[in-house]
Design a protein around this ligand. Structure first.
Ligand SMILES: [Cu+2]
Length: 147
């Protein structure tokens, strides 16, 4: 009797953990891609060997801000990727979503103030082409394309 109860408890725990993992994977499927690299590719050509999941890899791209504004002026990333803004100028910047001054189009791209010499990293998940400007000097533009 006691043993059966122990087995029942173990089964219950496994069920709860299993459901939890299922929810986690469902909420963040791309994490799964990164966590399970496929070591299977061997002698096939590259175009045939690349599974769809590899072209969906998250990445981190860097946007630098200097005397000529944002560089590069356009960045293209996969959804879920990170963008690091590095302020190499000697003044504060405030990269923000268009339109100025409401910043409502894609709030994920409203980075906030970055002081001179500092950097900040954001994560972008909303697919589309987005305009960003320096809120402290709105004529300075950046285009972010999330695929
Ligand atoms: Cu603005």
């Amino acid at each position: 009797m006691t043993r059966n109860k122990k087995i029942a408890a173990v089964v219950l725990v496994l069920l709860v953990v299993g459901v939890g993992v299922g929810i986690f994977v469902a909420n963040d499927g791309q994490t799964n891609d990164v966590a399970t690299p496929k070591p299977t590719t061997k002698a096939t050509t590259k175009s045939q060997a690349t599974p769809a999941s590899q072209s969906n890899r998250k990445e981190t791209v860097t946007v630098r801000y200097g005397d000529n504004g944002f560089s590069p002026a356009t960045v293209t990333v996969k959804a879920g990727s990170s963008i690091t803004f590095i302020n190499e100028s000697n003044q504060s910047i405030n990269p923000s979503s268009d339109p100025h001054p409401t910043h409502t189009t894609n709030p994920q791209l409203t980075v906030g103030t970055i002081d001179a010499g500092e950097s900040k990293t954001i994560t972008v998940t909303k697919v589309g082409q987005w305009g960003v400007h320096n809120h402290l000097n709105p004529s300075e533009k950046l285009t972010v394309i999330v695929q």
